[in-house]
Design a protein around this ligand. Structure first.
Ligand SMILES: NC(=O)c1ccc[n+]([C@@H]2O[C@H](COP(=O)([O-])OP(=O)(O)OC[C@H]3O[C@@H](n4cnc5c(N)ncnc54)[C@H](OP(=O)(O)O)[C@@H]3O)[C@@H](O)[C@H]2O)c1
Length: 267
């Protein structure tokens, strides 16, 4: 499925994007990574190359439509038409709603929602031509609300709506669309989160224990191969999502209970 395919990964210099890049490269894909920081991109290139395959890297900001459109033109010229686009670039801002500025909301939406939208817009003609695949990395926080994640959940819920609607438009064109909703896993994004996050967020989020990144990669690839639309990596996480869908009142009760144990009355 991946042998010889052009796979472009936004957010490919770190965490899940990089781990997917390594695995798909090992499975024979021609991997192209996009992120902003050039140094991190070069380190990622070396990490994948050491496993035996060349990799292409492009520095670009997904939240800027001109930047990402230009980048996809350059990828088309230098590497060829993308067959698979994996949108993994994302940022996390956690905190109490009353302490978060509107600018922070805009920043998160610009990256996590418009960043994906911009990348799809830029890559779409090639993806349609190739009858390819779009893989959007949202989050469990795109399926259920979380204490402290008003910014993050807003962006990831929006991404879920975009992905589900886009699937209906792409299906008749032969383009597959996948929505990946992981719970918390170990990556640079979450490395220092425990130093800064609100205690309520920690208690609520870690209702589902933190996963390792290998489980995320394995289950995501398995889901893509099976042609699944919604991919929720990790058995316990899948069970939690299923429970929240069918028994939302119980989910709210358990969440409220966990949050109340850590609640800080600041207002
Ligand atoms: N880690 C978790 O627990 C978790 C759970 C659920 C979902 N997710 C989602 O999974 C995805 C990957 O997360 P991760 O943990 O692997 O994060 P990560 O290690 O922090 O990696 C994020 C990547 O996105 C890139 N990026 C950020 N803003 C960008 C921008 N404006 N333009 C281009 N690239 C940008 C970063 O590189 P530069 O900074 O150099 O641009 C980096 O390569 C994200 O969408 C995240 O929301 C993560």
């Amino acid at each position: 499925m991946f042998e010889g395919k052009n796979v472009v990964i936004t957010g490919g210099s770190s965490g899940l994007g990089l781990a997917m890049g390594k695995e798909l490269s090992a499975r024979g894909a021609i991997v192209t990574l996009i992120a902003r920081n050039r140094e991190k991109l070069e380190m990622a290139r070396t990490a994948i190359k050491n496993a035996g395959r060349p990799v292409h890297v492009f520095s670009s900001d997904v939240s800027r439509i001109e930047s990402i459109t230009e980048t996809f033109k350059n990828i088309e010229d230098a590497v060829g038409s993308p067959d698979i686009l994996i949108n993994s670039a994302g940022i996390l801002r956690e905190g109490y709603f009353d302490e978060l500025s509107v600018e922070t909301f805009r920043e998160v939406i610009e990256t996590n929602y418009f960043g994906v939208l911009n990348s799809i817009k830029a890559a779409l003609p090639s993806i349609i031509k190739q009858k390819g695949r779009i893989v959007n990395i949202s989050s469990v926080a795109g399926l259920m609300g979380v204490f402290g994640y008003t910014t993050y959940c807003s962006s990831k819920f929006a991404l879920v709506g975009l992905t589900e609607s886009l699937r209906y438009e792409m299906n008749p064109l032969g383009v597959s669309v996948h929505l990946v909703c992981p719970s918390e896993f170990a990556s640079p994004m979450t490395e220092h989160l425990n130093d800064t996050r609100t205690p309520e967020n920690k208690a609520h989020t870690l209702t589902i224990p933190e996963y390792d990144i290998d489980t995320m990669v394995r289950d995501t690839i398995k889901g893509i191969k099976k042609g699944k639309f919604l991919i929720v990596p990790g058995k316990f996480c899948r069970l939690t999502v299923w429970g929240a869908r069918h028994f939302p009142a119980i989910t709210r009760f358990v969440s409220d209970l966990r949050i109340s144990r850590e609640f800080v009355d600041r207002l």
